[in-house]
Design a protein around this ligand. Sequence first.
Ligand code: GLN
Ligand code: ZN
Length: 774
Amino acid sequence: MITHNLGYPRIGAARELKKASEAFWNEKITMTELQKAGEMIRLKNWQSQKEAGIDIIPSNDFSFYDHVLDMSFMLGAIPVRFRCLRNYLSDDMEFYFAMARGYQKDGFDIRPMEMTKWFDTNYHYIVPEFRKSQGFEFLGRKAVEEFIEAKKAGFITKPVLVGPLSYVLLGKCESEEFDRLDILPALLPVYLDILYALVENGAEWIQLDEPFLATSLGEKAKELYNLVYKEIRSEFPQLKILLTTYFDSIGDNIDLAVNLPVDAIHLDLVRAPEQLEIFLQKDTGRQMISLGVVDGRNVWKNDFALSLRLIHEAVEKAGEQRIMIAPSCSLIHSPIDLDLENDEEALPLVIRDWLAFARQKLDEVESLREIASQRILNVVSDNLKLHLNQESINRRKTSALIHNEDVKNRLSFIPEIEKTGRSSFSSRKIRQQKSLNLPLFPTTTIGSFPQTAEVRSWRSKLKKGELDAREYDMLIGEEIRKAVKWQEEAGFDVLVHGEFERNDMVEYFGELLEGFAFTRNGWIQSYGSRYVKPPVIYGDVWRSSPMTIGWITYAQSLTAKPVKGMLTGPVTILQWSFVRDDQPRAETCFQIALAIRDEVLDLEKAGIRVIQIDEPALREGLPIRNEKKKAYLEAAVRAFRLSYAGVRDETQVHTHMCYSEFSDIMEHIAALDADVLTIECSRSNMELLDVFGKFNYPNDIGPGIYDIHSPRIPSIPELESLISKAAAVIPESQLWINPDCGLKTRNWDEVKQSLSNMLSAVKKVKQKRAVEAR
Ligand code: GLN
Ligand code: ZN
């Protein structure tokens, strides 16, 4: 039995990568210093994996921004608009960051590549852009350099690449319409070059990630899988190829998978344990089977008894020599080290006992091998590690912390609550207009204003006791007052309070709700240098007291304009937390929905006329297999509607989503029946708004026209053209104007300039309209 790992967190246990890359972007450190920081992280990662005893350790799982962008760079898949920088920026890294973040300097103004969610995770990758006549070249040598670096440090690693099929399927067509798969013939030779360079330098194993094998594939893609892997095999008869799938079952691709000429196939047995039996039935005996038994996507301690059952089944049918043991997927979705969690207030010891982070997960992989081997050899009847593990698993199962009978009983009232429906959107709109009196193209923002270092320092001082609660509240209150005044003067129609009191849109609510625990260092990369620290939902969830009323009513008291009550929706709280795995996710989601509903009704009672319930994560929770999508969407819609069930027609409900890919879920988006939906759009140049037009989306919609994920300031003409583009597909009476997302990651200068440009653009469009009407 061999143990291996698919990928280790790349951000550093103390967030070294974030610190270094942001310092580099702000010109505080040099390229060499940045490179050094990367090197340190990689070295530490290889060492801890080695120490854990893992046989085959990955390389090229590190990335300065994103591993898909790394592939694009290595393959020379550079979108046309960046070509002009090629000679201008002599340094590869600067060029690479320009693709990720856009380039607005020295007279250049180039928008960044699009970013989208990595399957059903909260990780974002940079979407490859292809043209029909795309040429590729072996441009970057990152995978090779990292392999050599590891080798010098004494590690013969298994380089990880996104497999050719998945790479192509992750991409999109730049401007023209064509089948992405048609570029494979041009792409494959460059893949072969990369592999050749790796083999030449001594690589024995290579990991090709093909997560698309766990999705529903068309015939053409299946055929190409065969062709491409045959080609790779014939070029490299000796190279050991591990093909990985994760996040769901291989399902109907099973016949394809077992016949591919690769040396090993990885299965995610956490998400889809049932696929093992089917796989073993179809097994040809030619491939090794990598059992992903340790959950790479969640924080719970592995139940050894369950994993051993799977390992046993595989060993029995396939023989010990053909078995590999591994985490279910790359560990970039796990926090790094549970040993760093020493704050008992955030994470009580009782709960800590139930958890395992990346480092601990590798230990689990090793322990599982040890116990399984001993069983095979029949040397030990009762392994101590197994014993301790089972004790801890049982302590969790029977813990009184987890269960609250009232909360469980409340779930049975859901059908009754759901009967308290609102009138149709058209009659609601009339009532809301009476109360809010909004102009054509109402303007608003998504919620947060810059979370400056200063604001964050107040929170950390409060924690350390250097500020008392009253002083902290005064400072936050003043920040809110300034933000409200600025919005009022700038001319916004619907204001926000700015979310200065929130550390994070999920953590903030988690801390105020029952059933949540927290980590101090459990950071996960979301994109680039943006990391999140998901709370841990360990028990039944309920609201013991109001959570936002104080700050929202204070903000509302400062202005006659409506201020939005700002809440995070149940699906997003669920999706961005580590969720208990001892009951169906939907059940936990409904518990959260009822808690949010308590808050919504209190906000309404307190006189708040507009309430936004953010659901930026609704889409990312979509299962990657078609047959599971419907049930998920139905539950998600139900939970969202439940969270505002019972509000009056006059209260305007907004929701916000951080993506623009709606084509396959339009029906469900409409079923949410929010009065106003704000979405992301600008990075795709409004392309994806068409779907709303074609669907005749009935309610109001605010396509984001200012891309807040980049430091770039959009010009007035550019924003005007985006508004016109939006107005061409969405009826004027339904159109709102707003940025893409919250502004917390930006600084005030950027925000003020960009938002002022946005408001000027709205004015100009309205003026033009008035002239045309005359
Ligand atoms: N209201 C939140 C904010 O503005 C929404 C953030 C998000 O969509 N991720 O920050
Ligand atoms: Zn957003």
